[in-house]
Design a protein around this ligand. Structure first.
Ligand code: FAD
Length: 503
């Protein structure tokens, strides 16, 4: 459904025509359209919400022989979250933790790709799901072209009869549209949990996406530059160079460790007069950090942090954040230059507002049966709707952690199940229920040391664990491009130091 451009007689100016083509190229419907894929070989339309660990892996797993796949996500890329903390301090470049969703089906090399092999992606939020009509209501992230552009909508509707209804414009210029599905997979992940602590959203940084990592890196370097100004007092320098991390889980610990490496290895050389003023504090309300790891591994990490000068403030309850100030129940107010908030997960608003389905009382996740089908309030599977990843939990099943490992395994299982159902030709075909295989956990704790907790008993810590940590994540990285980029940046930064360009 392309708007036409026919010189003088056209309903669109040349600029408007090209702007609208750009929009078409982005494959995002421009008005209140109903997206219904053109039927090809009787394949079912599988819609995947989200391009994270669950959605992206599933995209890789389902066969396009049986499914016509559309991904709807506000992010056009997949984020390899275990490497986010490294990108936030320049140990790796942001590109190393990203994979563009659109090029998923392309060959390894450019010349192996075929025209039209890209993924059908719509850059938008799923806003609501109408299970009865089998439609996802979506809203775009941005206004596609400036509002003064006047596309003749009735003409556009003539060109695409039945596919558009002109009702989808929102007050801020973003557009609403609907996407029809045969099968739907909800993999929208979760948001950061703030426990309603005032000031967190305004004054702390989250670490969930590459944009967050970019902002954190810029702020760390900004704090050092501000502290280096001759007009800054000693007291202000101490405040600016106090970095606080709230949350003693793997994300908070890895970030504190990476930040310590950056300050110790690189910034100490570049700002020798400031190094002794820099400090890192790790707050957690729990009695110990890394509560999901064995006690001896947690203790190893604590001792390593203590030797590195990272202050661990367990049993500390953060009550309020103001600009540059953190208030705790136990020790009143402290000043900081930057705070990273990593205290767990809160249900995604799409899931939070979802009606007619069962939800987990503790986490707010949508409940599924053992075959990952979303269940309604009577406990029956909702037709053609599945949920995986951080936004889902199995009803009456084992409580699984919100990790990439779980999301990944569920996506592989679901992809294989959907392929098997399609291959069998009988929608009532029921594959074996999902079984989680615990492959253990690991965390980087700084200074080329890590801790590794295997699935069964025992544990590994120190340099050997660090080599295992790096090898595991390098092997799990997705594209050949990143498999080359990641070790290249590790080597470059080892030789030349981390990149401290602020932009
Ligand atoms: P996500 O990966 O968060 O993806 C959700 C997707 O949904 C995103 O693309 C998002 O843009 C999209 N989305 C959101 N809202 C909507 C909407 N309304 N409509 C459409 N799309 C939407 N786990 C491990 O196992 N090992 C680790 O080492 C590890 N390290 C981590 C480090 C960090 C810094 C973080 C933040 C997490 C880490 N995790 C780790 C946890 C792991 O990343 C998550 O468990 C995993 O990402 C969950 O996958 P998901 O697909 O459910 O959600």
């Amino acid at each position: 459904c392309r708007p036409s451009f026919e010189g003088e007689k056209s309903i669109l100016s040349r600029r408007e025509y090209h702007a609208s083509l750009a929009v078409q190229a982005a494959a995002a419907p421009t008005t209140g359209a109903v997206v219904k894929p053109r039927e090809k070989n009787g394949r079912k339309h599988l819609v995947i919400l989200g391009s994270g660990w669950g959605g992206y892996k599933l995209l890789n797993q389902v066969s396009t022989k049986y499914h016509q796949v559309t991904v709807i996500s506000p992010r056009t890329y997949f984020v390899f979250t275990p490497l986010l903390a490294s990108t936030a301090v320049g140990t790796l470049e942001f590109r190393c933790a990203m994979e563009p969703v659109r090029s998923r089906y392309r060959g390894i090399f450019r010349w192996m790709s075929k025209k039209g092999e890209g993924v059908n992606l719509i850059e938008a939020f799923a806003d609501n799901i109408d299970f009865a009509r089998k439609k996802v209501e979506c809203v775009t992230q941005f206004t596609p072209v400036k509002e003064e552009t006047t596309l003749d909508r009735s003409a556009a509707e003539d060109e695409c009869p039945g596919e558009m209804s002109i009702n989808g414009r929102m007050k801020d210029g973003r557009r609403k549209f609907e996407v029809e599905y045969d099968d739907l997979v909800i993999a929208v992940g979760a948001y950061s949990q703030t426990f309603g602590t005032p000031g967190v959203k305004e004054h702390a940084y989250f670490l969930k996406d590459v944009g967050d990592a970019r902002r954190i890196r810029a702020r760390i370097l900004h704090c050092f530059e501000l502290a280096a100004c001759p007009s800054t007092t000693e007291e202000e320098r101490r405040q600016l160079l106090h970095f606080v991390c709230v949350g003693g889980g793997p994300t908070g610990v890895e970030f504190a460790a990476e930040l310590h490496d950056l300050i110790h290895d690189d910034l100490a050389l570049l700002y020798p007069e400031l190094y002794h003023l820099a400090s890192i504090s790790l707050f957690d309300v729990a009695p110990r950090i890394l509560g999901s790891f064995d006690e001896n591994l947690g203790e190893y990490a604590r001792a390593k942090f203590a030797r590195s000068g990272i202050r661990i403030r367990t049993g500390t309850h953060v009550t309020k954040i103001e600009e540059g100030k953190v208030y705790t129940k136990e020790s009143g107010m402290e000043r900081f230059g930057m705070m990273v908030w990593a205290t767990g997960l809160h249900a995604n608003p799409l899931v939070e507002e979802m009606k007619g389905v069962l939800k987990d009382k503790r986490t707010g996740s949508v409940l599924t049966d053992g075959r990952l089908r979303v269940v309604d309030e009577k406990g029956q599977p909702v037709d053609g709707v599945y949920a995986i990843g951080d936004c889902a939990a199995i009803k009456d099943g084992e409580i699984l952690p919100a990790t990439a490992q779980v999301a990944n395994q569920k996506a592989i299982y679901l992809g294989n199940s959907l392929n098997a159902i399609a291959r069998s030709g009988t929608p009532s075909y029921e594959p074996e229920p999902f079984k989680f295989l615990n492959r253990g956990a690991m965390a980087y704790i700084g200074g080329w040391k890590a801790i590794v907790q295997p699935a069964k008993s025992g544990g590994l810590s120190g340099r050997a664990a660090w080599i295992l940590w790096r090898t595991a994540y390098l092997s799990m990285s997705v594209s050949l491009r990143n498999k080359i980029l990641i070790p290249t940046y590790w080597l470059l930064n080892f030789v030349f130091g981390r990149d401290i360009t602020r932009f």
